[in-house]
Write a protein that binds this ligand. Structure first.
Ligand code: GLP
Length: 236
């Protein structure tokens, strides 16, 4: 893993942007995208740049089950607000959280990923080490799947909702195996509350109990951390 430590998420956003720009320059066509507060500074720098994605494909990691695309808490809405409205892609894929048959939707999404190999995948990191919505204990073999969110994730995401009971309890998430197939993975993490997960991901045992530790097995991972998120690392 290549680790870049920056002062804060604004600097981290610039580093993340550079990785997107390099990938584009080197012919990347399909970008795996993430939601959450972490990638916002990278998306802001992309928006401010002259990068053009009108010939590119985007594939998002996950979506809440039960929220319509126009619900302002859905990940579909988030992506339009924070990126797509200003930087449209030729085609953008997200799981459909309103699909009647969630298993069929998961299969459809796996086909999308298979048909469009991801050149660069951006990830955030959950406080418990989840990536996408692959919570601790998730099998590393399964593809897109229905997830029951852990209480820790519900608590962490409650800040975006008016009431905690509004936070969906389930989501559809790309699987770890699909994430690992991406040619280049960029993970960003900021803030002290991510420090334990960061340490486990980089220095801890490679274990399904901390899903992001699977990235130790990928040969092209770049991690951008601020000093707080890096604070528990032994080897800096
Ligand atoms: C959610 C998302 C993840 C994201 C994580 C961290 O659970 N499904 O993709 O990485 O939250 O969010 P944040 O970046 O807001 O800390």
């Amino acid at each position: 893993m290549k680790i870049i430590i920056v002062k804060n998420e604004v600097e981290g956003g610039q580093e993340g942007y550079k990785i997107f720009a390099d990938a584009k320059k080197n012919g990347a066509h399909t970008f795996g995208l993430a939601t959450g507060s972490t990638p916002i500074t990278t998306y802001n720098d992309i928006i401010a740049s002259d990068l053009d994605f009108s010939d590119s494909i985007s594939i998002n990691l996950d979506e809440y089950i039960g929220l319509a695309a126009d619900n302002d808490q859905s990940y579909n809405y988030f992506m339009h607000e924070h990126l797509f409205n200003k930087k449209p892609f030729k085609k953008s894929y997200l799981p459909n959280g309103l699909a009647k048959d969630i298993d069929a939707e998961a299969k459809r999404y796996d086909q999308v990923i298979e048909d469009n190999p991801i050149d660069l995948q951006i990830l955030g990191l959950g406080r418990n080490g989840h990536i996408g919505f692959n919570e601790p204990g998730t099998s590393r073999e399964i593809g897109t799947h229905r997830v029951s969110l852990t209480q820790s994730t519900i608590d962490a995401n409650a800040r975006f909702f008016a009431h905690e009971e509004d936070v969906p309890k389930e989501a559809l998430s790309m699987g770890l195996a699909s994430i690992m197939k991406s040619k280049h993975i960029l993970l960003e993490a900021y803030g002290e509350e991510k420090a334990d997960a960061v340490k486990g991901m980089i220095e801890g045992p490679d274990t399904p109990d901390l899903p992001a530790s699977i990235l130790q097995n990928h040969d092209n991972v770049t991690v951008i951390l601020d000093e707080a998120a890096a604070s528990k690392l032994t080897n800096k």
